[in-house]
Design a protein around this ligand. Structure first.
Ligand code: HDE
Length: 715
């Protein structure tokens, strides 16, 4: 059942739905009724089709033109409607109207995306995710077009086409799809040391999120807030997910790509349909104009971040996504974000990457949607009044009943459109600019390694291991040995141990930082590090006490002991978790006490990667059957290998016996190997409800990355 729709969105945003009732008859686009939609007009039952069949021609013509070009980057995405509410007035910092009144709900439309893959590519590839928010404010649309990582590959927009040409599939055979693990990407970035910081993020678990609902978002660039007195401060925007920050295991992400390429899209859709509305808190890092130099970080360089330890994040409001789009194409595909869509009170900085984006987005949308009238599409037009003298153009749909389309005028209403410039409207914040025209950048942009090193030093051991694994995976797919060597030589400037570990599996020489320093594109400006490590850069411990909607697979066969698992399942369900029964066949299985249990999935139509945790009930016959079934044993071992919480009751533990887990003959609790996130109990303990809380605590951590010897697990 669909959740109730929030009035705010319906009231202020145009309703897109075209409804047909049962009495509607099928017509052509001209409204002519069609009595036969199954047979084209022919010269006799076996004769040729006639040109005059306008019903057939119109239908085929429209179908032939259904597709528009996909986005050149961020083609694959999913979106939702919702609202944003500020916590308290921010007039001290900005005059933006939507950031003043805590009682006002500003409608938003948010599109999440991958950056590299084409529109039909899989969701769980290793990639940066787009996090684009359109606020329909009463002063016009404001777009915060960010990513789930706070930095970017390059510093200057002029390099963007090269970066994307290197990262996208190689042009001769158009492979690989949605992957950085190939020669041209590493060829380019290994010659572009400024990309090192972003590469560290891309090789980290941030690039394989568990869900769009569990990602942070960043505006990346520095922007400016301007208050009603014209005073400005620099600002960086941050979105923090209510469900915490969580990722997948790399092996899991790859398998999910095959099992369910729509994994993230489906997750977002289902959460909203079931009323579990995803939520984020918006925060800002504010830097007074006069305090920028003290930071020691170039805030105009998009390969740098400001650690929260240096400038704390001020939470300013919350965003809730509570409505799925009515139509994917009309909304998600046609929505046109643009970092140049500003409202009064927010302004750009001189970040050269941002400045280039200000040209690119509208240009890109013009190419995709064919005419400047894409701005008037329901999903793109503002929710506030809009008056301008733009006219005509391909597919103009508004027919204005007026004589003049110019300003000033006396024949129409032109003069009245003007606002009182002293108090209203958008003003670019004044900035004195006196400099020589040149193709130069500030020397501080040449500090390429201090922040990647800070990032590396801030990671936990498990995260470091994952980063090493990701570099090895990507680079081992690079066929050209010299490119592998160059990439690793660059890494030596981040951390020698990291570079040496990565190099170990690549059939190359030991990393040589001096070799990197001699290469084209290498410029180095040693920056004084303000911090040795910044815990805020690690994902560890960023879980939140909300695990609702997580999925638990309950592995069963005939003879399962329902009595001991019943309470656990009930308590998990009460905690908002979804228990799904996986069995050798669909229909029902028989329990040890003679009852039946309905089955949701079989071992052949799902796998462990579709779940967050597993529950293994007891029962002699059930355990015997599952242990004989390779796919069931694999299911359990794979969940273990992906560090997922596991709860086993009595004989259920036999599925894990190859890992050394068992319960004693007396059926006492006996955990032979103390392992994080594995809860083993006897029936009595389960019946008394002692284990649900333990299992839920294990789930609160999401994944137990500190499990050891995972390489030896046969899954
Ligand atoms: Fe984009 N980017 N980008 N980008 N970008 C596009 O715009 C571009 C950059 C981002 O869900 C395109 O309408 C240039 C940074 C998102 O519809 C295009 C540069 C960040 C989305 C474009 C960048 C982003 C896009 C493709 C370097 C994070 C998807 C279609 C100067 C702050 C928005 C389109 C959606 C989409 C250009 C770099 C985020 C081609 C030239 C940095 C989330 O215009």
């Amino acid at each position: 059942m669909s959740p109730p729709r929030l009035n705010v969105s319906d009231k202020k945003l145009p309703n897109l739905i075209v409804k047909y009732d049962k009495a509607s008859t099928l017509t052509t686009s001209q409204g002519v009724q069609i009595p036969d939609n199954h047979h084209s007009l022919r010269a006799g039952p076996r004769g040729p089709t006639l040109m005059e069949d306008f019903v057939l021609r119109e239908k085929l013509m429209h179908f032939d033109h259904e597709r528009i070009p996909e986005r050149v980057v961020h083609a694959r995405g999913a979106a939702a409607h919702g609202f944003f509410k500020v916590y308290k007035p921010l007039s001290q910092y900005t005059s933006a109207d939507f950031l003043q009144n805590p009682a006002v709900e500003t409608p938003v439309f948010v599109r999440f995306s991958t950056a590299v893959g084409s529109r039909g590519s899989a969701d769980t590839v290793r990639d940066v995710r787009g996090f684009a928010v359109k606020f329909y404010t009463q002063q016009g649309n404001y777009d915060l077009v960010g990513n789930n990582m706070p930095v970017y590959f390059i510093q200057d927009a002029i390099k963007f086409p090269d970066l994307m040409h290197a990262l996208k599939p190689e042009p001769h055979h158009e492979m690989p799809q949605a992957s950085s693990a190939h020669d041209t990407f590493w060829d380019f970035v290994s010659l572009m040391p400024e990309s090192t910081h972003m590469l560290m993020w891309l090789m980290s678990d941030r690039a394989i999120p568990r869900s769009y609902r569990m990602m942070e978002g960043f505006g990346v660039h520095t922007f400016r807030l301007v208050n009603p007195h014209g005073q400005t401060s620099f600002v960086k925007f941050h979105w923090k997910p209510k469900l915490g920050l969580h990722s997948m295991a790399w092996d899991e992400a790859q398998k999910v790509s095959g099992q369910d390429p729509d994994f993230h899209r489906r997750d977002l859709w289902e959460a909203i349909e079931s009323g579990h509305f995803p939520e984020w808190e918006l925060g800002v890092q504010l830097v007074e104009m006069g305090k920028v130099a003290e930071l020691g970080i170039d805030i105009l360089d998009a390969t740098k971040l400001i650690p929260e330890e240096l400038v704390p994040i001020l939470p300013i409001g919350r965003m809730v996504l509570n409505r799925n789009p009515d139509n994917f194409f009309a909304e998600t595909e046609q929505v046109a974000f643009n970092p140049g869509h500003l409202v009064p009170g927010i302004d750009f900085s001189n970040d050269p990457l941002l400045q280039g984006r200000l040209f690119s987005y509208a240009d890109s949308q013009l190419s995709r949607m064919g005419s400047p009238n894409f701005q008037a599409l329901p999903i793109n037009r503002p929710a506030c009044p809009m008056h301008h003298f733009q006219r005509d153009g391909l597919q103009q749909t508004s027919a204005r009943h007026e004589r003049v389309a110019y300003e000033p005028n006396t024949l129409g209403t032109g003069a009245e459109f003007r606002v009182d410039g002293s108090t209203q409207g958008f003003h670019s914040s004044p900035e004195a600019l006196v400099s020589l025209k040149s193709r130069q950048q500030s020397a501080s942009f040449d500090d390429h390694f201090s922040q990647p090193t800070l990032f590396w030093n801030s990671q936990s051991q498990a995260e470091k291991d994952h980063i090493v694994g990701a570099f090895r995976f990507d680079l081992s797919n690079v066929k050209t040995k010299e490119i592998r060597q160059r990439a690793v030589d660059n890494l030596a400037h981040v951390d020698m141990k990291l570079a040496t570990r990565v190099a170990a599996q690549l059939g190359i020489d030991l990393p040589d930082p001096a070799a990197a320093a001699g290469r084209l594109g290498y410029r180095h400006h040693e920056a004084k590090a303000a911090l040795q490590d910044a815990p805020s850069l690690s994902m560890m411990g960023r879980y939140k006490p909300d695990i609702s909607t997580r999925k638990i697979a309950v592995l069963v066969a005939d003879g399962m002991d329902m009595i001991s698992v019943k309470r656990v399942m009930q308590e998990l369900t009460d905690a908002g978790l979804q228990c799904k029964v996986v069995a050798p066949h669909l229909g029902h299985i028989g329990t040890a006490s003679g009852r039946t249990l309905a089955v949701d999935f079989t071992f052949s139509n799902t796998s462990s990667v579709m779940f967050d945790a597993i529950l293994l009930p007891g029962g002699e016959a059930c355990a015997d059957e599952l242990c004989r079934l390779g796919s069931a044993v694999h299911f359990a071992l794979e969940a273990y290998k992906h560090c997922k919480p596991i709860c086993a009751i009595n004989e259920g533990v036999r599925l894990l016996s190859s890992l050394g887990f068992s319960v004693s003959e007396q059926k006492d609790t006996a955990l032979t190997v103390p392992t994080p996130g594995v809860v083993i109990a006897d029936s009595q303990k389960a019946i008394e409800g002692q284990i649900s809380q333990e299992f839920i605590s294990a789930m609160l951590q999401h994944r137990h990355w500190d499990r050891v010897n995972l390489d030896s697990v046969p899954a």
